[in-house]
Unconditional design. Structure first.
Length: 188
């Protein structure tokens, strides 16, 4: 079983903010897979589907970003999911707006949602990070991530949401390693 988690904050005031791109990817996957049956469990919204004969649970924690690990840990313990089957989708300040990066494990990189997850289960879980860039125009980091993209960033982030959904589907089909080769930015 795979647990695919999009990080974000619940509530209308956070819709379409940079910090909620994880929720946006989960919504994009649900649209593509025609999922409409969501339920509240594990302090999250979850939906189940079978892809390539494997159960997949889509999750949007409702615990707010800084306590995402609480909801995920509850589901992981209930379903007995191994760390490499927990895929987390989140925003990343250190990537330019619209770039994505898939990693099989790693540090939190200053991301409070990842810090919460790592505190519960260590660093060895795959993550799909979506670049939202650094703050501009004198905004603080909090103002930036809790704000909505504007200008060229809107187009870049919206494309990245769709591209990340493609990457998740590719990883389900061919594995994380092949998805990393296919979807991570090429250096050169």
């Amino acid at each position: 079983m795979k647990l695919i988690v999009g990080l974000g904050n619940p509530g209308k005031e956070y819709v379409a903010t940079r910090h909620n791109v994880g929720f946006d990817v989960i919504d994009e996957l649900a649209t593509r897979w025609k999922i409409s049956a969501w339920k509240k469990d594990f302090s999250a919204e979850i939906a189940m589907i079978t892809i390539n004969e494997e159960k997949v649970c889509l999750m949007k924690p409702l615990t707010y970003m800084n306590k995402s690990g609480d909801a995920i840990n509850t589901a992981v313990r209930f379903y007995k999911i191994s760390a490499d089957d927990i895929w987390v989708i989140c925003d990343d300040l250190d990537l330019p707006a619209g770039k994505i990066r898939i990693r099989k494990k790693g540090s939190a990189g200053g991301h409070n949602g990842l810090k919460s997850i790592i505190s519960h289960m260590g660093q060895d879980f795959p993550r799909f990070r979506i670049g939202v860039g650094h703050p501009k125009d004198g905004h603080t980091v909090i103002e930036h991530v809790l704000g909505r993209p504007y200008g060229a960033d809107i187009v870049a982030v919206n494309k990245a949401i769709k591209y990340t959904a493609d990457a998740v589907i590719g990883a389900l089909d061919k594995g994380i390693d092949k998805a990393m080769n296919a979807f991570n930015p090429k250096r050169g």
